[in-house]
Ligand binder design. Sequence first.
Ligand code: R5P
Length: 298
Amino acid sequence: MKSYAVISGPSSGSLAQGIAAELRLPLIEVRSDVFPDGETRVRLVGKAEASDCILVQSMYPPVDRHLFQGLLLARKLSLDGYAVHGVIPYLPYARQDRAFLETDAVSAELVACLLESSGMASVTTVDIHSGLAASHFAIPLHNLTAVRVMADFFVKNRGVNKPLVISPDFGGSARAREFAEAIGAETFVFEKHRDRHTGEIVVEEKVVPASGRNVVIVDDMISTGGTVVKAAELLAKSGARRIFAICTHPLLVGNALEKIMNAGVSEVIGTNSIPSSVSAVDLAPLIAEHLRKSLSSA
Ligand code: R5P
């Protein structure tokens, strides 16, 4: 008979606690520190009285530190004989899912190999950046989407009626459409191009039907904020009223939030895949519901 415990990875204490509470499972804490030379150490605080461990460790910045902590924990647990189910809401390196230039290393492929070889039997993630990144996994990868949860949150808590839903690029258009459908609103898709050498973003100027309307920019992640800033500038030019930006993964690197607010955005909303000042949408019920179904049918 299988039994489960939730392991609270160092990056995701509060989310792990939420998932354990939803599933009424014991929670095992982890202590982590760094040796003077920069090496990472992790230690489980106690022993899981279970056959399977749900290891919750989102791998947001510092990405390599969080990735390595997750690998060490998965390895330890699998060598101790547990079946390890990784919950990695923010799966890093997924944007480097192919060689954009002939000389590029494909980081997404290596991350998939590392997670598998660390002993994870499966990985559950949320809004992985691309299908190609997912295709590098040989172990089962469960990709949940937070779009409905974010749409529900927006409708219930912001009271903005039928805003225009914006996808900042073509790649995100299905996500924006799903968000719009959930709140009964219209979608508008920008065309964005990124220079592969300089990283510079160009968003094609189009006439946006945003005049006098509230708008919501929907994206999988906000990193430097460059994409949202470009979209917000065009929306402000088009006469938009209030501009919201909502994303699954609020990486918000450096002064991204400040740049976004300076571009005229009224509010940024994210999920707790990454803890931050904007992480208002709780993923614990979504992840717990998925685990309840997938683990009971395994
Ligand atoms: C790109 O394809 C993604 O969906 C995001 O739009 C992008 O990664 C956001 O990055 P940044 O905030 O640095 O523009």
